[in-house]
Design a protein around this ligand. Structure first.
Ligand SMILES: NC(=O)c1ccc[n+]([C@@H]2O[C@H](COP(=O)([O-])OP(=O)(O)OC[C@H]3O[C@@H](n4cnc5c(N)ncnc54)[C@H](OP(=O)(O)O)[C@@H]3O)[C@@H](O)[C@H]2O)c1
Length: 231
């Protein structure tokens, strides 16, 4: 539960934490002083990944202690105060359906993009619930689901030779306290701001915009992100 807790005191769990996006968020959050738990379908393999993430976070933390541990997705969902979902869309619904109880009462931050590729490049997949974040909310009725961190490239997150991230994070959700917390969490990463971008029913456009950024990346050999002006 995060109610009344300072954001820096929250233990952050990452489901699918062994992939590039989960590892990258974990590196930056741990370097910023957050306690991080990495989750996986294979807790043993995840312990090794957690060690590598901790090493990278230590390099970025300028001498401060970092805390990264690995475990199963279920253990991480139960032990963390706030949980980031970083599994592929194909495994999203099945992963969350098994974790309804341990995730109850918690903020669940979904960064999953419903995306596929064909000969024309990246495109958006339809989600019956309207968006991946709404699918999470339907599966987790007792959690506070927030959409965020879609537009941050894993490659930049993991590249700690760049101490500052030049991007904003659009944060969508229906509970003000939860979106405020996730904005504050994003704001702990140097250079990054969390910007409120509407209710969960507006998650679809935020998720889909990632596909445009991926198309930019392919054309310009970049790791494109976004900045919101005049805020
Ligand atoms: N990569 C990026 O730059 C980026 C940027 C923005 C958003 N995202 C979103 O972040 C999510 C993670 O991206 P990624 O590139 O890190 O993905 P990934 O490497 O394909 O998957 C992340 C982890 O999820 C677990 N996983 C794989 N298939 C699964 C399944 N069917 N069910 C449950 N877990 C499964 C694996 O961990 P274990 O085998 O250890 O369980 C894997 O290491 C995606 O939904 C993506 O849309 C990615």
């Amino acid at each position: 539960m995060s109610e009344g807790r300072a954001v820096e005191d929250l233990v952050v769990g990452v489901l699918g934490g062994t992939g590039p996006q989960g590892r990258g968020l974990a590196v930056r959050l741990a370097a910023a002083g957050q306690q991080v738990l990495l989750g996986s379908r294979d807790a043993e393999r995840c312990a090794d990944v957690a060690e590598q993430v901790a090493e990278r976070a230590t390099a970025a933390a300028a001498g401060s202690e970092v805390s990264v541990r690995g475990g199963s997705n279920a253990d991480v969902a139960g032990a963390a105060d706030l949980v980031v979902v970083a599994v592929p869309f194909a495994g999203h619904a099945a992963t969350l359906a098994e974790l309804t109880t341990p995730l109850a009462g918690k903020i669940v931050v979904d960064c999953v993009v419903p995306m596929a590729f064909d000969e024309l490049g990246a495109y958006v997949l339809d989600v019956p619930e309207g968006s991946v974040a709404q699918q999470a909310a339907a599966l987790l009725p007792d959690s506070q689901v927030v959409g965020a961190f879609h537009h941050v490239s894993a490659a930049l997150l993991e590249d700690v030779s760049q101490p500052t991230l030049d991007c904003d994070v659009m944060v969508v959700g229906d509970v003000r306290e939860a979106t405020d917390t996730v904005q504050a969490l994003a704001g702990r990463l140097p250079g990054m701001r969390g910007i409120y971008a509407g209710r969960l029913r507006n998650a679809r456009q935020v998720e889909a915009l990632t596909v445009n950024l991926v198309s930019c990346n392919r054309r310009y050999k970049a790791h494109a992100g976004i900045r919101i002006t005049d805020v």
